[in-house]
Design a protein around this ligand. Sequence first.
Ligand SMILES: [Zn+2]
Length: 471
Amino acid sequence: MSAPLSPRGYRAPLWALTIVLATVCASAQTKIVAPKNAYKPSDDVQVGQEEAAKVRKELPLLNDERLHQYVETVGAKLVAAIPPEFQHPEFKHTFEIVNQKDINAFALPGGPMFLNRGMIEAAKSEAEMAGVMAHEISHVALRHGTAQATKARAPSILSTVGQIAGAVVGGGWGSLIGTASQIGPGVYVMKYSREYESQADIMGAQILARAGYDPREMANMFKTLEAEGGGSGPEWLSDHPNPGNRYEAITREAAVLQVQGRADTGQFATMQARFKQMGPAYTAEQIAKGQAPKGSGGTVPTATVARGPVKVDPPSLQLQTYTPANFLRVGVPSNWKPVKDGGATFTPPGAFFDQNGQTGFTHGVQLGTAKGTGNLQRDTESLLKSFARTNPQLRLQGSVLRDTVDGRPALTSTLSNVSDITGQPEQIAITTTQLPSNTVLFIIGVAPQTEAATYTDTFRRVRQSVKINAR
Ligand SMILES: [Zn+2]
């Protein structure tokens, strides 16, 4: 036992020690200064959105809502952890998975990020995957793309977005700077300088710690990547070259950072297993030869006979807007697709069936118009009767409810049916509203009875998203 100290005598040095430690921590974290930039943050957004639109057309995006939600969830945690002085509220951070085997990922100015499936599969933990994402987010937050363009040409020449965008579209980043790398036909991403790489590593570590991931996992991920793909490592490493002592620099920064809470979602193993259930990812060569589907596949594939329950991914909470007719806009869950380009039937993959020319769907919505009399109630009744002729088991459940569609009076009827496709009970919601010239617009939602609770809400949101431009 040491000699007793008076409370006052004991406390004073402890307080002093705490203050000293706090000062050391604050000064030890590396201070980052964003490079000079002649562009406005809104220029980053515009260039990035234009390039992202091309990427979405050229590369095979993975059409899997659960995996998409997963990377969005991790990405959102990281974006929230960007140091406040580098947050740009106008930036739109999105996270999409490319169904490509090669270990790569890239982010475009202003926020769109694309992660190759091969990159996620190469990671050993969620924190390792988050390490690459935090590094990419740092390039975006520090605006390295437009900063590099600023360096490459006199600001007076490249002072308009049109010119940057034009340069990107024409492959001009490459000829301008000589360091662009082609990721797909006509799509280019930046290769950064060692100085920018070093900044992205350090800020990436800071973001990880603030988000609740151990920043040393980023260093581990870079080691994992170096071990992959032979001598020079995978594509990602040649786009993001080692600025020298990468592992040591990140570990040194990590030592002065405090990990804030615990961000790990615990879903990494489940998500890895999900990839394993899918067909193989495409190689860069297959994509270049046009052997991979472009974008998210365009339309849903048609399934064949299923006499039994049909399982599909749950409807995304995010809506994607379509214009099935020039007077009509509608938002449907973003993991649904039109059955035909420009068509007005939207279903998740695996829910649309063609049985010897008889088509139908187990989950989804269909919009259409019918000739009426100008009396909505009477027209709705005759519409339901005509549906009952092809669906003999169709029954009205409860009463028809007053509703609105884009501010117009509407009627919503809930019906039960037995699906021709599955032989199982299903629930159908039909909403009708009056258009000019005695025409009725109808919106039909179909879902199995067992999933009615989920889909009732989806159909309501789809109805509420409808915009009608007809007088
Ligand atoms: Zn980088």
